[in-house]
Design a binder for this molecule. Structure first.
Ligand code: FE
Length: 202
């Protein structure tokens, strides 16, 4: 069973003006699709062919960076789409409590997400992560995901240039400020409550 290109959970123009329809269409239809296609090409006819995307990522993490990069990018993009929403959402009471114990305020946490994403060198991702209920912000390079069995990503923002270049040229911080207003806090709250990683749809 091949890995699917997860559909966008909203219309391509739903996040405007934070992210344009042109960017979302290209990002999803070209970039995300290419990671999915290349993962499928790499696993076809191998022992990984029937595995879930999570299993492929785990199996290739230390042994096959080439396949890992494609598979993890496929997962990260799916997780990014659902980390965003055109709706106005709020953290659950439990997540709000965890945020106020790890950061001075909700706004402070969002600002740290923006700053760490903006200052991250090169391509990658900036994540809000829960480890046994303790929140932190983590930036990862290229396709990398938060490491460790106990690391539960609650949301992610893409800081690869392809996520913003059409809209913002090189200004990653302007993109991050705008896109941070589209974070789906209800989705982050569901991930926090589950205490296990979101799974990519099969
Ligand atoms: Fe991307």
């Amino acid at each position: 069973m091949a890995i699917k290109l997860m559909p966008l959970p909203y219309a391509p123009d739903a996040l405007q003006p934070a992210v344009s329809a042109e960017t979302l269409n290209t990002h999803h239809g070209k970039h995300h699709k290419a990671y999915v296609d290349k993962t499928n090409q790499a696993i076809a006819g191998t022992a990984l062919a029937d595995h879930s995307l999570e299993q492929i990522i785990a199996a290739t993490h230390s042994t096959d960076k080439k396949v890992f990069n494609q598979a993890a990018q496929a997962w990260n993009h799916g997780f990014y789409w659902v980390s965003l929403t055109p709706e106005s959402t709020k953290p659950s009471a439990d997540l709000a409590t965890a945020i106020s114990s790890a950061f001075s305020s909700h706004q402070d946490m969002v600002e740290q997400l923006i700053t760490q994403g903006a200052e991250h060198f090169g391509s990658g991702w900036v994540w809000l992560v829960s480890k046994a209920g303790q929140l932190s912000i983590e930036a990862t390079h290229d396709a990398a995901q938060p490491e460790g069995e106990d690391a539960n990503p609650l949301l992610v923002l893409d800081v690869w240039e392809h996520a913003y270049y059409l809209d913002r040229k090189q200004d990653r911080k302007v993109y991050l400020k705008a896109v941070s207003g589209k974070i789906d806090w209800q989705f982050a709250s569901e991930n926090f409550a589950r205490q296990s990683r979101w799974t990519y749809p099969r």
